[in-house]
Design a protein around this ligand. Structure first.
Ligand code: 7TS
Length: 414
């Protein structure tokens, strides 16, 4: 769990911004305003340098070489497991599984947990605001096992209907899989309460933390969930790497998801036995540089302090929502009780893709579309939104540029 190392008023965010050279460039003749952090955040030089150092001086395969270079690579790669353990408050580094990202983490649980525990008539509870990564793997395993999917509805503000959730829970519920922070609405869900209720019904809980871990302190033991998934590339780290936290008792019981090197104990044509968790879930050569990069990203975030980051981003997102709501004709999609880092909006007269294209011409990067969360957009009767997603290195000037840009786009349609 991240410690506060500084009070927000003493943190020099101008200096921090300089750690991100990618932000210091012109796009279409104007200084870049990067507001697509929900898709992928930017990487500070400290992380890029650490990955570069690995490639220049340490590159070797992990877990198998007796030689010094392989041991160096293994030590650096395994160090990340301990950093992740502390960063999310896990009980042991053996509960930290390396994956290629949130999508891979959820597929692992759906397949391994699902094949072990789901049977005909069992239920999996999802929410209406899930990313496709937390819908489709469950549909696929439901089809194979005869389990069915139930969905917690969302109210007009973009908050979960907790009464409906309680009424869905029963002894048939085997898994509740819920997003911590919605990538489309910005809603922060009450994951501890959701977990407690699920556990009272005997169900396991997976939390999709892709949009939470980069923005606020997360403590998996405090939440109490059984699984927690996230991606390195949304938290100042590289692509191709992610984490699945799982409680030891489940990981010990669950079968491997993929077979190959590294995940075995002994192999013969008659019988193969498996390694222990987490290694039994990590077949083949992993993305070593990316794993080392995640370790450097955690160091970087912890050096600022996750509660400082949360406070700074709350300030920015509140400012963004306040300024956006002043724009005539703009409708926010999602006005939740607690919001993190995301502001999604529509105009009746302007298609989101026109909005995104013209904003890009002014150097402003936002995401437009369904954000891989089609069910929740359908719930709000919109095919697409424009989404600004913030990070701690954004500024109020970035938001002012966005507002100016939107007003410019509007002038075409008036
Ligand atoms: N879950 C949530 C809540 C997400 O926002 C995303 C990615 C994923 C899962 C999948 O993560 P991946 O790293 O495995 O791809 N979200 C987005 C987005 O909002 N825009 O682009 C990707």
């Amino acid at each position: 769990m991240a410690e506060t190392v500084a009070n927000i008023s003493t943190v020099d965010f101008d200096k921090i911004r300089k750690d991100f050279p990618v932000l210091d460039q012109q796009v279409n003749g104007r200084p870049l305003v990067y507001l697509d952090n929900g898709a992928s955040s930017q990487m500070p030089v400290q992380v890029a340098d650490r990955i570069d150092h690995y490639h220049r001086r340490e590159h070797s395969n992990v877990h198998r070489g007796i030689h010094t270079l392989s041991q160096k690579a293994t030590d650096a790669f395994e160090e990340t497991r301990k950093k992740v353990r502390d960063f999310i408050g896990a009980g042991s580094e053996n509960e930290i599984i390396y994956t290629t990202g949130t999508t891979d983490s959820i597929n692992l649980v759906a397949n391994s947990f699902g094949k072990l525990y789901f049977k005909e008539g069992d239920q999996i509870i999802l929410t209406e605001m899930e990313h496709h990564a937390n819908i489709v793997p469950w549909q696929m395993i439901a089809e194979q096992t005869g389990a069915e999917i139930k969905v917690i509805p969302v109210d007009d503000n973009g908050d979960l209907d907790m009464k409906a959730y309680k009424s869905l829970l029963s002894e048939k519920t085997k898994m509740v899989a819920v997003v911590h922070v919605s990538n489309a609405l910005g809603t922060v869900n009450p994951v501890k309460e959701i977990t407690d209720l699920a556990h009272n019904s005997g169900a396991a809980v997976l939390v999709d933390g892709a949009q939470a871990v980069p923005h606020q302190p997360v403590d998996v033991q405090e939440i109490g969930c059984d699984f927690y998934a996230f991606s390195a590339h949304k938290m100042c780290g590289p692509t191709g790497f992610g984490i699945l936290y799982g409680k030891k008792e489940y990981l010990d019981a669950m079968p491997p998801y993929r077979g190959g090197g590294d995940m075995i104990d002994k192999v013969s044509f008659e019988e193969t036995t498996y390694n222990v968790a987490p290694f039994k879930f990590e077949a083949g050569t992993p993305p070593i540089a990316a794993g080392i990069g995640l370790g450097a990203a955690i160091d970087y975030l912890e050096n600022i302090g996750m509660d400082v980051i949360a406070e700074k981003e709350a300030e920015l997102v509140n400012y963004a929502v306040e300024e956006l709501q002043k724009i005539d004709g703009l409708r926010m999609i999602g006005t939740p009780r607690t919001r993190a880092s995301v502001a999604s909006f529509v105009f009746d007269e302007i298609h989101a893709s026109d909005m995104g294209t013209i904003l890009d011409k002014r150097g402003i990067a936002v995401r437009t579309g369904h954000h891989c969360a089609q069910p929740i957009l359908r719930r709000f009767n919109v095919p697409a939104t424009t989404r600004a997603s913030l990070s701690f290195y954004n500024t109020k000037e970035d938001i002012d540029r966005l507002v100016d840009g939107i007003n410019y786009v509007k002038s075409f349609f008036e």
